[in-house]
Design a binder for this molecule. Structure first.
Ligand code: B12
Length: 605
């Protein structure tokens, strides 16, 4: 089958299957592995949007397929794909090396087909990406659906001038052009983010279940997300998705919210194909009190069967939890405190509360029916000493005891890794935040992510800790947390034993790597870490919610499949009735797309 756009998600490091890279705990608190095999949810919104206008879009999660099957032949897969254009995600900077290597393979087998990069990191490094022969376009920004439609239309019509496509960086005869940003859509309801209908339909339509899976392992525990907004109201210093980072990188002046009505449509869709919890991304209170009230009332009316997992960015009182308890049948909470040190939190602009207020918040949530409450801490923060990091676990104990050792509480610690986020205030002004940045350019990050262990992958050190110290503090914290969890019967003795062993093995192995690096040993000749593939001490199971059934019954699933196929049938009839798309003419633009189209001529750089 021939596609108009094939969206490829690369592994972080190509080819992780052949090298002894020890990525350790860098992905311990996300559902994907350290190969970062989860594609950006925006892949589905681009796919759904373009298909609305008659294009065929296929997602291929190369990273997940490689994790799933060690013998999966990436080159054969790429060679066999027929598409008018290829899109490659460099959304997360850890994909710097993998994305370029995949782009080279695409060019090897399809030298005349344009390669488009996109995502937050591509946006940041758009000019540098243009220096690579394997990259033709960078689609910048956090909202690219309508600009991608314009670009694919132009590519299919054989255009050589792309100056009218908003957000685009492109090149011609060695010259690079940076088109201005179109205004980010104030209202996101014209787009489905994520577009689950597109994702499910494409599985049937293109017979590609494995290609389209969000990450390896998703089928055994299908998590879903409800994206409440693009952008953020908060300005945490370390976050590349903060208010100032979005403004600096994507020219976004304020967040765009998705309406409560639209979010209900998403929940309705999700609950038809899975029963596992739905992550509500972004603190809903960012939309203001009216927004929260409307959203919760609608949830109350809908009575979703899935549990909803809310994030909190700042303190909350009894009134808030009463409201949530009254309206949401099943809910859980996620709180990223980063540090138990109030001063460290304040300096990094994170969770502006006293520790006493945090304890009150946790108690109030548990008193108001919260079913699970995850609390996250970090190691490697600016202004954090070894002792300060260890106090995180003391604070876990303080919270735990203040809440009568409630078993609904779960505690996690992860390193600030692998990279400081580009565009974050900390990345842009490291010296103001007690940091030393060790990598600047994309090329530097490609080199960093090609290092033999996560210690050498890190792109920073702090005023108080070197990379070696960050690593040691991390494992010491994990060890203390492990003992705390055993003491309070939060984990079983065999789990405690496994984690304790992995910590010791990791420390020994990292010392070997340190010596090998000092001696200049090449990556291929590094000693192999035997015990576990990535040496991760991940406590993924604790991140999972207990559910009776992961999927609804078969009848309901088949109904969803049939409905989506019928929908596609109708769309095909419409396409035939309006043959414009098949003759290379422009797609009719939605009102939002029209508003976004910019008339300014490309700014030549
Ligand atoms: C939700 C989220 C997640 C979810 C993943 C959701 C998903 N599958 O996309 C989870 C929790 C799993 C996650 C994990 C990680 N995340 Co995260 N995440 C976020 C968060 C909170 C929101 C992202 C968002 O709003 N996306 C919506 C928009 C921006 O993106 P989108 O719709 O997916 O894509 C649009 C555009 O970006 C663009 N686009 C994206 N890719 C492509 C590709 C092409 C070809 C094109 C044309 C366009 C394009 O077009 C899309 C449609 O308009 C942000 C913080 C924030 N407030 O922004 C961090 C953020 C994006 N994550 C970040 C990081 C570092 C990570 C991790 C690496 C952390 C870690 N060490 O484990 C992992 C990576 C996991 C993986 N890939 O396997 C950083 C990225 C910084 C950077 N530039 O590298 C951010 C900015 C902040 C942070 N530190 O959390 N994350």
């Amino acid at each position: 089958m021939e596609f108009d756009l094939a969206l490829l998600h690369p592994p972080s490091f190509y080819d992780f299957r052949k090298n002894n890279q020890f990525r350790g705990p860098i992905s311990d608190v996300v559902p994907s592995s350290s190969v970062f095999d989860m594609y950006p949810i925006g892949f589905t919104s681009i796919g759904g949007y373009l298909e609305r206008f008659g294009h065929r879009v296929k997602i291929v999660n190369l990273a997940a397929r490689m994790v799933h099957n060690r013998r999966f032949d990436v080159e054969k897969k790429i060679r066999g794909l027929k598409s008018a254009a290829f899109g490659i995600s460099l959304h997360w900077l850890p994909h710097a090396q993998g994305s370029i290597e995949i782009a080279k393979l695409v060019k090897k087998y399809h030298p005349d087909v344009p390669v488009i990069f996109g995502g937050l990191s591509s946006t940041y490094y758009h000019r540098e990406l243009m220096q690579h022969d394997c990259v033709d376009f960078v689609m910048r920004g956090d909202s690219t659906e309508s600009a991608m439609l314009a670009l694919i239309d132009e590519i299919k019509s054989g255009a050589v001038d792309f100056s009218t496509v908003p957000n685009l960086t492109w090149k011609r005869d060695g010259k690079v052009f940076v088109n201005p940003f179109g205004p980010p859509p104030a209202n996101l309801d014209d787009i489905d983010i994520p577009d689950y209908r597109y994702a499910m339909r494409s599985v049937f339509q293109y017979r590609s279940l494995l290609d389209a899976l969000p990450y390896e392992g998703w089928l055994s525990y299908p998590l879903s997300a409800l994206l409440t907004m693009r952008g953020c109201t908060q300005d945490c210093a370390l976050c590349g998705g903060s208010r100032s980072a979005y403004s600096f990188n994507c020219a976004r002046t304020k967040p765009s919210m998705r309406s409560p009505a639209k979010l209900m449509q998403d929940i309705e869709c999700i609950q038809r194909f899975c029963r596992t919890p739905i992550f509500v991304i972004g603190d809903i209170r960012q939309g203001g009190t009216k927004y929260v009230d409307e959203l919760l009332e609608r949830i109350c009316d809908l009575r979703p069967s899935n549990e909803l997992v809310f994030e909190l960015f700042w303190g909350a009182d009894d009134d808030f939890f009463e409201k949530v308890q009254r309206t949401v049948r099943k809910y859980s909470l996620e709180i990223t405190l980063e540090s138990a040190d109030e001063d460290v939190r304040r300096k990094n602009g994170k969770f502006p509360c006293t520790n006493q207020e945090i304890v009150q918040l946790v108690r109030s949530a548990l008193d108001h029916g919260c079913r699970k409450l995850d609390i996250f801490f970090m190691v490697g923060l600016p202004h954090q000493t070894y002792e300060s990091a260890m106090r995180n676990i003391d604070f876990c104990e303080e919270i735990h005891r203040a809440c009568d050792c409630d078993k609904r509480l779960c505690y996690f610690i992860a390193p600030l890794a692998p990279f400081l986020d580009p565009a974050s205030r900390a990345f842009e002004h490291p010296e103001q935040f007690g940091l030393k940045r060790l990598a600047d350019t994309l090329e530097d990050h490609i080199r960093h992510f090609s290092a033999p262990s996560w210690e050498f992958i890190l792109n920073y050190e702090t005023d108080l800790q070197s990379r070696e110290q960050i690593v040691k503090t991390m494992y010491a914290s994990l060890d203390k947390l492990n003992n705390f969890k055993l003491q309070y019967e939060l984990i079983a003795p065999d789990v405690h034993h496994r984690i304790a062993k992995e910590i010791v093995d990791s420390l020994v192995y990292m010392e070997l790597v340190r010596i090998a690096v000092r001696d200049g040993t090449p990556l291929e000749e590094m000693p192999q870490f035997i015990e576990s593939e990535h040496g991760t001490t991940r406590t993924q199971r604790e991140l999972r919610w207990k559910v009776k059934h992961r999927y609804p019954n078969l009848f309901s699933l088949s109904m969803v499949g049939m409905k989506l196929l019928a929908e596609e049938g109708r769309a095909m009839v419409l396409r035939r009735a309006s043959p414009l798309h098949w003759t290379g003419q422009r797609s009719p633009r939605s009102p939002v797309a029209q508003a976004e189209a910019v008339s300014d001529t490309a700014e030549e750089r």
